[in-house]
Design a protein around this ligand. Structure first.
Ligand SMILES: NC(=O)c1ccc[n+]([C@@H]2O[C@H](COP(=O)([O-])OP(=O)(O)OC[C@H]3O[C@@H](n4cnc5c(N)ncnc54)[C@H](OP(=O)(O)O)[C@@H]3O)[C@@H](O)[C@H]2O)c1
Length: 249
């Protein structure tokens, strides 16, 4: 219970990884702001799975491509809790397009991926910066991906967006120090519902190509977020892999 009294915003909270991150933060005593995109109901349902904490939890619209809505989100957090200590940029989007299939990667898809995965986190940080600066331990965690390093992932725009987000982590860590730490948590392929729905042989191949012999569990990604928040207190501008050693295969 190392985050008692802290307030943590998670974007993409209702997603496969976001849910586990919210649950892990609440289990450490943090009040969670579950930022949703399309489904307020899914966020309400998620809240009922979180450990109870002194000041409760909150659901808020957090569409990362809408900067005005993000300002409203910051006001809602301020009005309810008067603080925000942790921001986890977990919202993200992608679609499978073979890397050589450039005509399958149309401008609309590229714009959607880059706007959500890189402009989005910048806009979230811009909106929450004043509150994070008031915290005595402000922290931003960007959920990036192994794809940012290996350039292996659902499509080339997605890989580029995650590389850009890792780069943003470094810029922001420098720019916002010493008030706010900024860290990437970079999962490998994770055992989420979406991934479970993919071709079994392909999933097995990915697991075999991972030195630790399996995919990441969502709980392990959430555990890395908690470790950054509670243990790695002298770490900023770093990329923490949760990938079973996949890049060294
Ligand atoms: N799963 C993996 O294997 C894996 C591996 C490495 C990295 N990651 C990264 O981890 C993060 C979470 O992935 P996931 O597997 O949990 O994916 P997911 O289940 O598809 O969840 C993505 C979340 O992002 C939200 N989102 C999408 N567009 C948004 C927007 N414009 N504004 C606000 N929220 C938006 C979605 O909300 P709606 O559904 O309501 O739109 C959803 O809650 C992503 O950044 C992803 O790139 C995942």
């Amino acid at each position: 219970m190392k985050l008692v009294g802290r307030v943590a915003l998670v974007t993409g909270a209702t997603g496969s990884l976001g849910q586990y991150i919210c649950q892990a933060l609440a289990a450490q005593g943090a009040s969670v702001v579950a930022g949703y995109n399309r489904s307020a109901q899914a966020a309400e349902d998620l809240l009922s799975t979180l450990s109870e904490v002194a000041h409760g939890h909150l659901t808020c619209a957090a569409p990362v491509t809408d900067s005005q809505a993000l300002q409203l989100l910051a006001e809602q957090i301020k009005n309810r809790f008067g603080r925000c200590d942790i921001v986890v940029n977990c919202a993200g989007t992608t679609r499978f397009v073979a890397h050589a299939n450039l005509s399958g990667l149309d401008d609309e898809l590229i714009d959607s991926i880059l706007t959500t995965n890189i402009r989005g986190p910048i806009a979230v940080v811009r909106a929450l910066q004043p509150l994070l600066e008031q915290s005595d331990d402000g922290l931003i965690i960007n959920i990036t991906s192994i794809a940012g390093k290996t350039a292996m992932g659902s499509n080339i725009a997605y890989c580029a967006s995650k590389a850009a987000l890792d780069n943003l982590t470094i810029s922001l860590a420098r720019a916002l120090a010493p008030k706010i730490r900024v860290v990437s948590v970079a999962p490998g392929l994770s055992d989420t519902e979406f991934v479970k729905g993919l071709d079994q042989d392909w999933r097995n191949e990915q697991a075999s190509a991972t030195p630790l012999g399996r995919l990441a569990m969502p709980q392990e990604v959430a555990a890395a977020v908690i470790a950054v928040a509670t243990q790695l207190t002298f770490t900023t501008g770093a990329i923490i892999p949760v990938d079973g050693g996949r890049p060294i295969h």
